[in-house]
Design a protein around this ligand. Structure first.
Ligand code: NAP
Length: 300
């Protein structure tokens, strides 16, 4: 039997990776972007669930702009807490499972070992608090939930730190790179494939051991300087001169939102339960840089 999976937030960075991913023949994804479904609208969530009768809902929608969230906490909460709550209530009512994507920003980054899944939440800013509240809402309202925390997501098709570094290099501009943030870069393509695999497995094996919170991130651990260096190495191979890089503390940028200094998540439980290995972010990053190098130049 073919099971319908409602994929919400389908036009975002991860949503686009989910569209491009290969899906098993027994899962039929229905992609809904924000125009088709605003997850903060409980009535539309309900009526689309009634219409599609999904076996699973995959939530890739979020208010993901960390700095903008500081000046729009209501917007952040609508997308990151109320939306997931609506999806969780609908999933529970329709007997669907819910995979909800969350973030390393639910932690304050003060630990110096990879965060275990059950570490107490300690978000620093509005975005992190709204995502933490979303996790709690999902766990409380939907028994068959998979909360998948990820970090430092990148892809060839979205604005992200790696793209910024590449654009500066191509524009021949010097770079200031934060030297005191360490994380787990994660290719959106690998994250999408992992989410699909987790849903497929949880639909087959409905035992409660699979449900709960999981981490899925790339390796090896990198700080921003190492990530920038990997972009510049590949850019050089594509004939783009290496710009000057100055390491600076994050405080130099005076960003509105505080960011965790150590965004490293322990994904051993995910590997153990779902058999998913940790993806190496380096080949995906090199591929993304090759895509950007082929594009027509745009001003940095
Ligand atoms: N990007 C990262 O580095 C990162 C790191 C850790 C975790 N995550 C998590 O990964 C997930 C996907 O993030 P992403 O990078 O793909 O973010 P993204 O590119 O910003 O995509 C999010 C999508 O959600 C849509 N959206 C916002 N509010 C909505 C609503 N009320 N109803 C329906 N759709 C709504 C957005 O539409 P509009 O563009 O029209 O607003 C956008 O298309 C999120 O849960 C995020 O918290 C991301």
């Amino acid at each position: 039997m073919v099971a319908t999976v409602l994929v919400v937030g389908a036009n975002g960075q991860v949503g686009r990776a989910l569209r491009a991913a290969s899906w098993p023949a027994d899962l039929a994804p229905v992609f809904l972007d924000r125009r088709q479904l605003d997850i903060a609208d409980a009535r539309t969530v309900c009526s689309l669930c009634q219409m599609h009768k999904p076996a699973a809902i995959l939530n890739a929608a979020a208010f993901s702009h960390v700095d903008k969230a500081e000046s729009d906490p209501e917007g952040a909460l609508a997308a990151n807490r109320l939306g997931p709550l609506n999806l969780a209530i609908a999933a529970e009512a329709h007997g669907a499972l819910l995979l909800h994507i969350s973030t390393d920003y639910v932690f304050d980054g003060s630990l110096r070992i990879p965060y275990p899944v059950d570490h107490p939440l300690s978000p620093l800013g509005v975005y992190g608090r709204s995502k933490a509240a979303g996790e709690q809402a999902v766990a409380a309202a939907c028994r068959r939930h998979l909360i998948v925390r990820t970090a430092w997501v990148f892809s060839a098709w979205a604005g992200n730190f790696a793209r910024l570094v590449f654009d500066r290099a191509r524009g021949g501009l010097p770079l200031k790179v934060v030297s005191d943030q360490t994380g787990s870069p994660t290719p959106a393509t690998d994250l999408a494939a992992a989410c699909i695999a987790m849903i497929a497995q949880a639909l087959q094996d409905d035992s409660s051991r699979l449900f709960g919170t999981h981490h899925y991130v790339g390796g090896p651990i990198a700080d921003r300087l190492a990530l920038a260096a990997a972009v510049l190495d590949e850019a050089e191979r594509q004939g783009i001169a290496r710009p000057d890089v100055t390491p600076v503390p994050a405080s130099t940028f005076a960003a509105p939102a505080p960011r965790p200094a150590w965004s490293v998540l322990d994904m051993s439980k995910t590997t153990e339960l779902f058999g998913l290995p940790q993806p190496d972010w380096r080949p995906a990053l090199a591929e993304a840089v090759q895509v950007w190098a082929r594009e027509k130049e745009t001003p940095a």
